[in-house]
Design a protein around this ligand. Structure first.
Ligand SMILES: Nc1nc2c(ncn2[C@@H]2O[C@H](COP(=O)(O)OP(=O)(O)OP(=O)(O)O)[C@@H](O)[C@H]2O)c(=O)[nH]1
Ligand SMILES: [Mg+2]
Length: 204
């Protein structure tokens, strides 16, 4: 299994001309505001100060790019990858113009990132399938972008309900064969499948 041994903040950007070079396999995190994207990045990198988190929705308004050095002891391989924290969607009744701006930003991102290997879509385990998430997943399918879904805040439901909740969510989101797993930042649990998923796609 890959481990993330070092992590750095590269830069924040909105406009494509300000993005850092697309030099390494890249993975982006998307989902409603406050779902736990920045928290998950910190968890995966074991670096609580890497991405800014907040109880107030709408914290991450820019694209934030991170560089990771990874190692896999099982086959002695190592390399670099990039993680991108995308601005959350749906945190307030935003104007049509704001939504349009967000959509344009996402289109630019998809158009520009040649090394984008996959997208991790986060959903709150306590919520039913959300139309905004369904739209996002549709977009990923249309663009042929590999993706998985992570249900966050698994500590908020009883463990016994986990399998059924994930099944319902998968069905509600129309996932088909795309994988879904649960994580908890509070319990630091559920990360292995994610390291695997990322590792498989980051390796040459
Ligand atoms: N209980 C619990 N709380 C969590 C978990 N993950 C995130 N949170 C909390 O949820 C809140 C939002 O987390 P963030 O990581 O800032 O969310 P975000 O998706 O980056 O939000 P935006 O930047 O606004 O898009 C914070 O108060 C976190 O502590 C989890 O697994 N369990
Ligand atoms: Mg954030």
């Amino acid at each position: 299994m890959v481990r993330f041994v070092e992590s750095f903040f590269v830069k924040s950007a909105v406009e494509p001309e300000d993005y850092p070079a697309s030099a390494y396999p890249e993975f982006a995190f998307a989902g409603r505001s406050n779902v736990g994207k920045s928290t998950l990045i910190n968890l995966l990198t074991n670096n609580s100060k890497l991405a800014k988190t907040s109880g107030t929705p709408g914290k991450t308004r820019l694209l934030n790019f991170f560089l990771i050095r990874w190692k896999d002891d099982s086959d002695d391989s190592q390399g670099r990858l990039q993680l991108t924290d995308l601005p959350g969607y749906g945190y307030a009744e935003v104007s049509q113009a704001e939504q349009e701006k967000w959509r344009r930003m996402l289109d630019h991102y998809f158009d520009q990132r040649e090394e984008l290997k996959g997208m991790i879509v986060l959903v709150d385990i306590r919520r039913e399938a959300d139309p905004k998430d369904i739209l996002m997943l549709e977009l990923l399918r249309l663009r042929g972008i590999d993706h998985c879904v992570v249900a966050t805040k698994a500590d908020k439901i009883p463990k016994t309900k986990l399998p059924k909740t994930l099944k319902l969510l998968s069905h509600g989101l129309g996932l088909g064969n795309a994988p879904i797993t649960a994580v908890s930042a509070l319990k630091n649990s559920g990360l292995e499948p994610l390291y695997d998923w990322i590792g498989q796609r980051a390796k040459p």
